[in-house]
Design a protein. Structure first.
Length: 326
């Protein structure tokens, strides 16, 4: 099922991730009316995951006393945005590939439902209510892996195979082996997983997460700082390549690794100076401001009024997002 609701409507945004399913009930002006979170039953199959999402929506409605007019979903995996079916997914999601999420969730809740890939939803959130406000924007999400998305001429670009903007598996970034089995992809330098692996390879210290390595970099660990420098340069080069190809003036970087923007930014900014787009047009690479809310709010933007989907005016952080949930 699919649809777009009026500017006065209240909509629900749902983020179905590998460990949790988060949701928010959102008014047309971006006010968050309620929030809810449940564990994602990723090993229990698509039916269980869809039911969990439905329960989150029902909890939001109960908490706020308002039933959503439509539901947008940002889901892990490759999504057919027309049907809301999950086309492909990682092995951590049992019976997720091929699951008709939009249809099942729409029937269960009796509302219009639209489903997008979670990275596409992230970018929609940032263009609607975050730091990506503009009509031509590249989104890069640095998490366990690296995902990407494109908004062109004010609309999310899918491409004929649904892979537009997927920058994480572009080659040319060295000779390290990627999780996909190939070598030299952006993900081998810029994902949280690769940051941890590269630090461990250089030090022999098997650190659990990129967050720990960031903390070490901030207190003077030169190897930790070098790993983040490499990640920042790789992200900048990828954004510059995209800007050169499709002439986007803005790239927004989100995901867990972007929380260490203070460590990524020096290399990002230096690379913009040494290797700018050949057009000479300025490119800005900025961190997302919605953080953990980006996918949820982007999912809400899927079914919000179309004239609010990609505003172009400038704003200050927090200006439009007012959280009144208890």
């Amino acid at each position: 099922m699919s649809g777009c609701v009026s500017g006065s409507a209240v909509v629900a945004g749902i983020d179905i991730g590998g460990t949790k399913t988060a949701g928010a009930l959102v008014a047309a002006d971006g006010t968050v009316l309620a929030r809810a979170t449940r564990d994602t039953p990723a090993r229990a199959g698509g039916t269980a995951m869809a039911e969990t999402a439905a329960l989150v929506v029902e909890q939001l409605a109960d908490d706020a006393g308002v039933r959503p007019d439509a539901v947008g979903v940002g889901a892990a995996g490759v999504v057919d945005p027309r049907s809301g079916t999950i086309r492909a997914a990682s092995d951590m999601f049992v019976d997720w590939a091929g699951f008709p999420l939009g249809e099942r969730l729409g029937d269960r809740l009796d509302v219009d439902v639209r489903v997008e890939n979670d990275v596409n939803a992230f970018l929609l959130g940032e263009t609607a209510w975050g730091s990506g406000r503009g009509s031509d924007v590249l989104g890069v999400m640095l998490g366990t892996g690296v995902g990407g998305a494109l908004v062109l001429d004010g609309s999310l670009r899918h491409g004929p195979y649904g892979a537009a903007g997927e920058i994480g598996h572009t080659p040319g970034y060295g000779d390290l082996r990627c999780t996909c089995g190939r070598t030299g992809h952006l993900e081998t330098l810029a994902s949280g997983t690769s940051i941890a692996r590269r630090y461990a390879a250089a030090t022999g210290d098997d650190v659990a997460s990129a967050r720990v390595i960031a903390e070490r970099a901030r207190v003077g660990d030169s190897i930790a700082k070098s790993v983040f420098d490499d990640a920042g340069r790789a992200v900048a080069l990828a954004c510059i390549s995209a800007a050169t190809l499709v002439d986007v003036p803005l790239a927004v970087v989100g995901g867990g690794v972007a929380a260490a923007w203070d460590l990524l930014a020096p290399a990002v900014n230096a690379t913009l100076l040494t290797d700018p787009p050949v057009s000479g047009a300025p490119l800005r690479i900025v961190p997302g401001t919605l953080r953990g809310d980006a996918v949820v709010l982007g999912a809400a933007a899927l079914v919000a009024a179309s004239d609010r989907s990609v505003p172009s005016e400038q704003f200050s952080e927090g200006e439009l997002l007012r959280d009144v949930a208890s």
